[in-house]
Write a protein that binds this ligand. Structure first.
Ligand SMILES: [Zn+2]
Ligand SMILES: [Zn+2]
Length: 140
């Protein structure tokens, strides 16, 4: 499972992890995928990105304090290297006494290159995504 995430090298949804695992293992239940991803995330081997309005995505790149750019239209998520390379890269201007910031997570929101293309309007991009999801469920 972790291998599937590593190979993907991207931020993939639980469904995409399941598809990759299916190719390797034959059969994998949706519940098993969620259980394993949950365990991997709890163990710090994967990172779970909760994106409002899109399915959570998982990645195997952990512990380097990198940030993310998320496309509002299709949910595509890419890594943005930390601006300073050190955690926390954003130092709060004021913290109550006794508080220590060890990490800062920045999410940039915008439009990816696919969705910015006028030939692929945002509405159509998300429609075809929904269709894909439906197909995935039907074959599940
Ligand atoms: Zn997009
Ligand atoms: Zn990432």
């Amino acid at each position: 499972m972790l291998e599937a995430l590593d190979d993907a090298g991207e931020h993939i949804t639980a469904e995409q992890v399941r598809q990759a695992a299916l190719a390797r293992l034959g059969t994998v239940s949706v519940q098993a995928v969620y259980d394993i991803l949950g365990a991997l995330t709890a163990a710090g081997l994967t990172r779970c990105l909760e994106t409002p309005g899109h399915p959570a995505r998982f990645e195997a790149r952990v512990g380097d304090n990198h940030h993310h750019f998320i496309c509002r239209a299709c949910g595509r998520t890419i890594d943005i290297d930390c601006a300073t390379g050190e955690a926390p890269c954003l130092t709060p201007s004021a913290l109550p006494s006794g508080f220590t910031a060890t990490e800062a997570e920045v999410t940039y929101w915008g439009t990816c290159s696919n969705c910015a293309d006028p030939a692929a309007p945002v509405a159509r991009a998300s429609d075809s995504k929904k269709q894909e999801d439906l197909n995935a469920r039907r074959t599940a």
